[in-house]
Design a protein around this ligand. Structure first.
Ligand code: FAD
Ligand code: SF4
Length: 465
């Protein structure tokens, strides 16, 4: 971000670096009220709001910013919650540079309005003051089951409870929230914020059953037999992808899934208060370039290890992680080795990893995804010391549920196939979020949830099922 942008756009308060690297406290502290007023005054109130088209939840951005300008935060949160049930979450983790802020007219000059941080400010005030965010219609006689309590499932629950449906969410884990509670670390998304946001849904009538794995505790058929009129599948893509290179089974090598579940959800960093031991090394190498890789590296920093390196196969500019988080990771001392691939993990006499052999890559032609294809440079191999390795190279579809329903149409990678209304191949079954598109973003999952909820409502009401 250049100096011109800094002078025009309000910059959020940040926790000092020395405090960050030894705690899990939130890093981005958001705006003060004075900053909120200044930033809101930058909005041009465009009659044709391109920013809204950039938001998959279709938040009425100019309208809520106008309410902020009038000092009416209560109205602002009501406007946001007409279309978004998780604003304190999205205001923190949305990839705004790829969504609403990318589409903002001021953004065309590189200095968009800080829409995400304005949203976060009003959402936090609403949570603090316990404001009711939306009203619900009287019970309409229909019952909907939601499988999975990530942002996709919670959105369906929020949209349908407003319309008078009885909604029950079934969650396999002991806490609701999906990746919001077991993936994204506390210092980016405090868990009490997620809990409060979920509580507002429960207060509106959404029932959440945790420790309830659909496919094991109950089958899809049994859900319908219990009288539910429709089912939404928001089961995420939580199975880890493992590298196929020699030495990958050595001790000290973790998938990012396991590492983050142990640290973020089961609070290994508070051992022995929380009984989740994890063997942190001194030199940590994270393989990957997405949000998961950067989050894992920043968690490792906070565990007091000597050195944390990220090894990524393309260039830093190509890393899919949020720009802001890459910047923060650099500030916190994480080194990024770009254009490298692991070819072998080397262990000691106890079969514990001590080194990684990497090969340098060069970027070649652009493939259909629009990114350059990295190709190893022969003879460029080198070694990096590392006694803990975290594999953050992606997630894939978890088949625990889908294999119990052979009639459900999946693509060759195991993702559920849906039509433009999020309908699956099974009658009265919808799906959305990572389980239909692979690892994506919170706001895309929310967008899918909205599409599905609208279609469920249209189907159940028009057919009078
Ligand atoms: P999930 O959030 O995966 O939730 C699915 C839920 O379904 C889980 O709770 C799971 O336990 C449950 N479930 C699965 N099977 C069953 C079953 N059979 N019965 C009952 N419950 C079941 N996106 C961003 O926009 N910004 C970020 O900064 C960002 N950072 C990320 C950092 C990490 C470490 C990770 C892993 C992802 C990140 N993402 C980010 C991506 C984002 O979190 C996901 O795209 C999003 O959470 C997907 O939502 P979902 O509802 O589809 O699934
Ligand atoms: Fe922007 Fe996300 Fe809020 Fe939509 S939900 S306005 S994309 S921050």
């Amino acid at each position: 971000m250049g100096n011109e942008e800094k002078s025009l756009r309000e910059m959020p308060q940040l926790l000092p670096i020395e405090e960050r690297i030894s705690t899990f406290k939130e890093v981005n502290l958001g705006f003060t009220e004075e900053q909120v007023k200044k930033e809101a005054s930058r909005c041009l109130q465009c009659p044709k709001a391109y920013c809204m088209a950039g938001c998959p939840a279709n938040v009425k951005i100019p309208k809520f910013i106008n309410a902020i300008r009038q000092g009416n935060y209560k109205r602002a949160i009501e406007i946001i919650c007409e279309t978004n049930s998780l604003p304190a979450v999205t205001g923190r983790v949305c990839q705004v540079e790829m969504q609403c802020e990318k589409a903002c007219i001021l953004g065309r000059k590189g200095i968009p309005v800080s829409i995400g941080l304005l949203e976060r400010f009003v959402a936090d005030i609403a949570l603090k003051r316990g404001w009711k965010r939306f009203a619900c219609d009287a019970f309409n006689g229909k019952r909907v089951a939601v499988v999975g309590s990530g942002p996709a499932g919670l959105t369906v629950a929020g949209d349908l409870i407003k319309l008078g449906y009885e909604v029950t969410v079934f969650e396999a884990l002991h806490k609701p929230g999906g990746v919001l509670v077991y993936g994204i670390p506390e210092f980016r998304l405090p868990k009490n914020v997620v809990e409060k946001e979920i509580k507002t849904l429960e207060d509106s009538g959404v029932k959440i059953c945790t420790n309830f794995c659909v496919g094991k505790s109950i089958t899809l058929k049994e859900i319908f037999e219990e009288g539910y009129d429709a089912v939404f599948l928001g089961i995420g893509a939580g199975a880890p992808v493992v590298l196929d290179v020699p030495g990958v089974n050595l001790g000290g090598i973790y998938t990012a899934n396991e590492f983050l579940v142990r640290t973020v959800l089961m609070k290994a960093y508070l051992f022995p208060k929380y009984d989740t031991p994890i063997d942190f090394g001194k030199k940590v190498i994270v393989i990957g370039g997405g949000n998961t890789a950067v989050d894992s590296a920043r968690v490792a920093v906070r565990m007091g290890v000597e050195e944390v390196k990220i090894a990524y196969r393309r260039s830093v500019e190509d890393m899919p992680a949020r720009r802001e988080e890459i910047l923060r990771a650099n500030e916190e001392g994480v080194k990024i080795l770009q254009l490298v691939n692991p070819v072998r993990f080397i262990g000691d006499e106890n079969n514990h990893v001590i080194k990684v052999e990497l090969v340098k890559n060069q970027l070649t032609y652009i493939d259909e995804t629009g990114r350059s294809v990295p190709v190893p440079i022969e003879g460029s191999n080198f070694y990096v010391e590392g006694d803990m390795v975290i594999l953050a190279i992606g997630q894939k579809a978890n088949r625990v549920f889908t294999q119990t329903v052979p009639q459900l149409k999946l693509d060759k990678e195991g993702y559920i196939i849906v039509d433009y209304e999020a309908k699956t191949s099974l009658e009265r079954v919808w799906a959305g979020g990572d389980i239909i598109r692979g690892s994506a973003t919170v706001i895309q999952a929310i967008g899918d949830g909205k599409r599905a909820a609208a279609s469920i409502n249209k189907t159940l009401m028009s057919n009078n099922i």
